[in-house]
Design a binder for this molecule. Structure first.
Ligand SMILES: *[C@@H]1O[C@H](CO)[C@@H](O)[C@H](O)[C@H]1NC(C)=O
Ligand SMILES: *[C@@H]1O[C@H](CO)[C@@H](O)[C@H](O)[C@H]1NC(C)=O
Ligand SMILES: *[C@@H]1O[C@H](CO)[C@@H](O)[C@H](O)[C@H]1NC(C)=O
Ligand SMILES: *[C@@H]1O[C@H](CO)[C@@H](O)[C@H](O)[C@H]1NC(C)=O
Length: 171
């Protein structure tokens, strides 16, 4: 691999194949190299970019302003396209920023939603519960009554915690 990267160009004046330098990110190809001169690259105009070494005589137009419910994560410059991202609490589904799913009671969050992905819910396994509808809360362990010196009076399930009560005192 040579640097800068090269490309083959047929020079009509000399009828020779020439090995020209490619143009770097942020520029476009203005003139192919010749036997005497190096490749001429010029900076991309405003609102245009190129993000790799290339041989194109045009820069790419930056994506238009971000949609509603999105924010500009990265502005466009000569070397990077504009990057839009869904706002907090939303993810991109095809074209729209939809709200992250909330897990219902009996289900906990195993993977919080990201700007690209919905929340992942999973049924609470034995010994765990969730009594809320939430896009953040994982399943929680049932309270261990004996740790607090209490009696288990109602065993919990996926939606309800264990219910503990005080020992009965004999007088
Ligand atoms: C263009 O934007 C990218 C990403 O935001 C950044 O890393 C880079 O430094 C910027 N380049 C210039 C010339 O501002
Ligand atoms: C969920 O369970 C916890 C622990 O038992 C309790 O403190 C809380 O009040 C419950 N929340 C709801 C909405 O029932
Ligand atoms: C509750 O705590 C006790 C004492 O630490 C322990 O022996 C017992 O295994 C625990 N039970 C559960 C269901 O975790
Ligand atoms: C879970 O326990 C609560 C309270 O004991 C009860 O009302 C509910 O029906 C139970 N749910 C299931 C699915 O067993």
């Amino acid at each position: 691999e040579t640097f800068p990267p090269k490309y083959l160009h047929y020079d009509e004046e000399t009828s020779h194949q020439l090995l020209c330098d490619k143009c770097p990110p942020g520029t476009y190809l203005k003139q192919h190299c010749t036997a005497k001169w190096k490749t001429v690259c010029a900076p991309c105009p405003d609102h245009y970019y190129t993000d790799s070494w290339h041989t194109s005589d045009e820069c790419l137009y930056c994506s238009p302003v971000c949609k509603e419910l999105q924010y500009v994560k990265q502005e466009c410059n000569r070397t990077h396209n504009r990057v839009c991202e869904c706002k907090e609490g939303r993810y991109l589904e095809i074209e729209f920023c939809l709200k992250h799913r909330s897990c219902p009671p009996g289900f906990g969050v195993v993977q919080a939603g990201t700007p690209e992905r919905n929340t992942v819910c999973k049924r609470c396994p034995d010994g765990f519960f969730s009594n809320e509808t939430s896009s953040k809360a994982p399943c929680r362990k049932h309270t261990n009554c004996s740790v607090f010196g209490l009696l288990l009076t109602q065993k919990g399930n996926a939606t309800h915690d264990n219910i503990c009560s005080h020992h009965h005192h004999h007088h």
